[in-house]
Design a protein around this ligand. Sequence first.
Ligand code: GRF
Length: 201
Amino acid sequence: MPARLVVLISGSGSNLQALIDACDAGILPAKVAAVVSNRTDAFGLERARLASIPAITLPYGRFEDLPNARRVYDAALAELVSGFQPDYVVLAGWMRLLSMAFLSRFPQRVINLHPAMPGAFPGTHAIERAFAANQRGEISETGVMVHFVPDEGVDDGPVLAVERVPILADDTPASLEARIHAVEHRLLPATLRMLLTNSKS
Ligand code: GRF
């Protein structure tokens, strides 16, 4: 039986596409069981539909006036995701911080992709911030990491894989971003493959 992945997205979903393609090509012994987005306009939803994968939106706006909104939202998200019985929940461009109301439901099963090295540039705009740091002469490389999400730490948790990405003298923010995305599209499926292969042996 292929492993079941539920992929959480907020945007373009190019990393979701890399996972779908790796599953289809037999590189990843898995299937994407569902895609969930907090944004109704995320292009990744379209990618899921094209691949005949259930594509569900759960906008935070419906919850934000409730008492304890964040936790209530996260509990609802967990309920939705657990209905698809995931072996792993993959945060692939998911732009909301998850509380323990979600994370405690999937111990050792939530994986995040971050476009920087461990401990570097947590949060949004990591690529732009790395580029700016390079322009100030502070760093000459950045990278990509894939890690477990055990708790509410931002882009922090046990590291599963890293790949360094040098920042070239003639890089622009766009060229650096393109190289980082290319690494992400390779590293995320490869890391899941490693996890799934190891968990079978
Ligand atoms: C990726 O760079 C990911 O690391 C970051 O958000 C971006 C999502 O891109 N957290 P996409 O939606 O997969 O195209």
